[in-house]
Each structure stands twice: as C-alpha cells, then as structure tokens.
Design a protein around this ligand. Structure first.
Ligand code: NAD
Length: 477
C-alpha cells in the first residue's frame, strides 16, 4: 500500500494499493495495442481537438476540488494551487487543442528538379510520462496535452507521494471520451516499477521530469533498446541583481523566486547575486521581508509558505544548512523548524537566508529544493556572469536591471535554457522551456515542446521526367 500523507499535519490522507508487476505489463499491453490497433492515432484532428478541449473544460469544472486536493497532498498554499497550478493545467490543454494542427504542418524543402521531398510529422508511439511531486497536476498536463495532441498513447506515472490530482485527471479524461488504453495511470514507487517500465522495448519514448539521480538511472535503463528521451532535471539557478535595478521590485520578486512552493521549484533562484554597491541594502530588505512571510497549513488562504513535501525532504534541507554553517557560511534568518506549536506535526521549515557562501560549497553548487536563499555579491558584470555560470546545472536565470539592452547582453552570456529579465517564473504555453548541461535536454511547451512528442518522416519521390532515376543504372544493367 502507498501511504498518502498531508504534509501540513503529518496525517495519513489515505492508502492506495501500489501496482504490481502484472499491472505494469497490462499497462504496456494496453498502451501498445491502443497505438498499433486503436483509433486514437488515426482519429481526425478535429475529433482529437474536441477531446482535448473537453479535458481542459473538465479540469476547469473541477477547479476548486482539484486545487483543494493538490494542496492537501503537497502542502502548497491554496492560493498557489487555485491561481496557478489548476488554471494553468487547463490552459495547456486548451492551448494545445487550438494550435497542434498548425504545428503539425511541416514545410518540405525544395529539392533539385529530379526528386520531391515530403516531410510528415507522426506520433512517437507509446510514451511513458514520469512526473515529480512539486507540480503534480501541472507537469502531468504539460506532458499529457502534448503527447495526446500528437496522437500518442501514454503511460503516466505520477510521484507516489502525490498521485491524488492525477487520479482525478484520469476520471476527467475518461469522461472526455478518450478511447480505451490511450491513457494508463500507474501509481507506484519509481524504484519498484521504473526499470521494468523504462527498459521495455514496447515503449518508444520517455518524458521524464525529476532529479538528476533518477534521470541518469533512466538513461541507463534505456541504453539497451534505444528510445527517445526527454530529461527535465534539476537546477541551481542564479538571479543577478544589477545596481540600477528597481530595488523594491527586485527584492519582492527575488523573495518569490526562492520561497514560492517552499523553494521546491526546479527553477528556484537559490543563488541571489547582488551588485556590491547595493548588496547591504538589498540583503537587509530581503531578510526583513523573509521574516514576515507567513508560514501555515496549505489549506489556509492566508498562508504564504507551506510545509515541505515530507520529513525526509526537510531532513535533506536541514543537512544542507548545517553543512553550510560548518563550512563558514552565515545564517541571517530561518535555518530551523518553526517554534509555532500549531505547525509541530507538519514538515515546516523557516525561510532561510545564507550569506558568505563560497562558490565551492555544496550550498552554492547543489540543488537544495527547499526555502533556502544563498546571497553573494559581485563587483563587475563579468564576475556576475562567471558566478552564475559556475554550476553544473543550466536550467534558468534572472536578471534585474532598468537597462534592458544591458540585461539582454548579459542574458546571451548565461549558460541556461531560460532567462527571465525583470520577471520570474513566467511560463507561457507558446514558449519553450528546458535546461542545458546537467539540467537535461528537450523542451516542454511551445511548438518545440509539442514536436518533441512527434517523429519526422521524410518521403522522397522520384521526379525524373522519363522515370529513369540514376540508381536504376548504377550497376550498368
Ligand atoms: P525524483 O527524481 O525523485 O522523482 C521523479 C519521478 O521519478 C517520480 O515519479 C518518481 O516516482 C520517479 N522515479 C523514482 N525512481 C525512479 C526509477 N528508478 N525509475 C523510474 N522512475 C523513478 O524527483 P522528485 O523528488 O519527485 O522531484 C524533484 C526533482 O525534480 C528536483 O530535482 C527538481 O529540480 C526536478 N524538477 C525538474 C523540473 C524541470 O522542468 N526541469 C520540473 C520540476 C521538478
């Protein structure tokens, strides 16, 4: 049985039977059959669009219920579930429904006179979608909407910590009239089923979002039979605050960029790099405001920061903070479990600000995945770029400056897949998102994200006027 825990209280929400090896086999058979023999890949694009729109509508109709469930299961503040996770999930289905047909149109190159080329976009086949616990419904919908729009059949595996909203999504999908076997949901621990699922030759593609450790395991599992992979992995992103930035806006946004979702974001700006000229002012304002962020149960609309996902995640975060202290970094605020007795059973941790961390320290290099901001100063833009790029990761970065052309110039020097200028965390269905270096490969969202779930076929037809192509006479017959 899989125990589903409420991170705000530590209480058991429910137990769900974990799938067996036989269930994995059934999901593989169903998905394969639905792709090879079923109607979904062959359905007219108009019919496919209608079903995608029904799923979007189904999510909106259950929005309040889904937001409550997401918060119950993850502990994230209900304000975030209500205004971000759930509406964005519906919007992604709607966006794909309205745009995938256009994205499938492939312009074929003109060849020399004797041949014609026709490029075709086809679905990949059976796609396994593996989703983490930090945005359970939203990331599932990013993957699912694209995979389905492209005509694939899927096996969706949510994190065993947070399967509740994905299970509800399963009902919405069923009501939308998707043919049998097109979407198969497996509730299981990744350790239990990951290898069987990912190494199976009936799977054509794996789209994975999660940690680097697991991402690397999946690459190993799949080496035996070669399949398409998408890897959306961890990050250690940097926010660069230039001296001419609007200080108040930069402080407020930097707070959001590390404390939203308790810092459990792949794009968390966990390294905040500030121009030495404004460093003291910036840090004192940041710390003063960090102390005022309201901790509380996810379900409370006043809550600004909820609990971490689990006790083990909190232990991991505490481990990073203790190690940083020992290595000589200073803790300006937080760094501990809150004293409030009302929070004692949840997995809370205070918003934490660290200074004096050296670039070689673990707190500066490794993904903490918790509400821990690490502040550093720089004296030149070159130094800021060097510090930002001093990471094995390359997921995202932020630049704060009133000089937009200077910020654009800096953005080009930063080795990350997404750079936000004077904003943070904005994801658009139209624009691709994905990392460089150890943050993985492949894109989610946008035309590029959708096309990841397709394969490109090239059909070449001979056009020589007298039907005598050169290859016919190669051997002189
Ligand atoms: P995780 O890697 O522990 O788990 C992710 C998923 O993989 C879960 O569904 C889990 O059950 C499954 N899994 C675990 N072991 C497996 C195995 N051996 N084989 C197959 N599947 C397995 O990650 P997490 O703790 O759930 O999520 C946090 C991580 O996700 C962070 O590193 C974060 O940066 C990353 N993340 C990345 C992005 C992105 O877009 N780049 C977005 C969100 C989260």
């Amino acid at each position: 049985m899989i125990k589903i825990i409420n991170p705000s209280t530590g209480e058991l929400i429910k137990q769900i039977p974990a799938v067996s090896k036989a269930d994995v086999e059934l999901a593989l058979c169903r998905a394969r059959k639905a792709f090879d023999q079923g109607e979904w890949p062959k359905l007219s694009l108009t019919e496919r669009k209608k079903i995608l729109l029904k799923i979007s509508q189904g999510i909106l109709e259950k929005a309040a219920e889904l937001a409550n469930l997401e918060t119950l299961n993850t502990g994230k503040p209900i304000k975030e579930s209500t205004f971000m996770d759930i509406p964005s999930s519906a919007k992604t289905f709607e966006y794909l429904a309205n745009n995938f047909e256009k994205y499938l149109q492939e312009e074929s190159p003109k060849l020399e006179a004797e041949a014609e080329c026709r490029l075709l976009r086809e679905p990949m086949g059976v796609v396994v979608l593996i989703v983490p616990w930090n945005y359970p419904l939203l990331i599932a919908c990013w993957k699912l909407a694209s995979a389905l729009a492209a005509g694939n059949t899927v096996i969706l595996k949510p994190s065993s910590f947070t399967p509740l909203t994905v299970l509800e999504l399963g009902k919405i999908i069923q009501d939308a009239g998707l043919p049998e076997g097109v979407v198969n949901i497996l509730i299981a621990s990744g350790e239990e089923v990951g290898k069987t699922l990912c190494s199976d030759p009936r799977v054509d593609m794996i789209s994975f979002t999660g940690s680097n450790v697991v991402g690397k395991k999946i690459i190993e599992y799949t080496a035996g039979n070669v399949k398409k992979l998408m890897m959306e992995l961890g990050g250690k992103s940097a926010s660069i605050i230039l001296a001419d930035a609007d200080l108040e806006v930069a402080v407020n946004s930097a707070l959001c960029s590390i404390f939203l979702n308790q810092g459990q974001m792949c794009t968390a700006m966990s390294r905040i790099l500030v121009d030495a000229k404004i460093y003291d002012k910036f840090v004192s304002s940041f710390v003063e405001k960090a102390k005022r962020i309201k901790l509380g149960a996810g379900a409370d609309f006043e809550t600004q920061i909820g609990p971490l996902i689990s006790d083990s995640q909190r232990k991991k975060v505490i481990g990073f903070v203790e190690k940083a202290k020992k290595a000589g970094a200073k803790i300006l605020c937080g760094g501990k479990i809150p004293d409030d007795v009302k929070l004692k059973n949840g997995f809370f941790f205070e918003p934490t600000v660290i200074t004096d961390a050296k670039p070689e320290m673990a707190i500066f290099q490794e993904e903490v995945f918790g509400p821990v901001a690490c502040m550093s100063k720089f004296s030149s833009e070159d130094e800021a770029v060097k510090l930002a790029n001093d990471s094995n990761f390359g997921l995202a970065a932020c630049i704060w400056s009133k000089d937009k052309s200077k910020a654009q110039g800096l953005a080009q020097k930063i080795n990350s897949g997404t750079i936000w200028i004077n904003t943070y965390g904005m994801f658009y269905n139209e624009a691709p998102f994905g990392g460089f270096k150890q943050s993985g490969f492949g894109k989610e969202l946008g035309k590029e994200g959708f096309l990841e779930y397709t394969r490109l076929k090239n059909i070449l037809t001979d056009k020589t006027p007298d039907a005598k192509p050169l290859v016919n006479y190669w051997y002189g017959f």
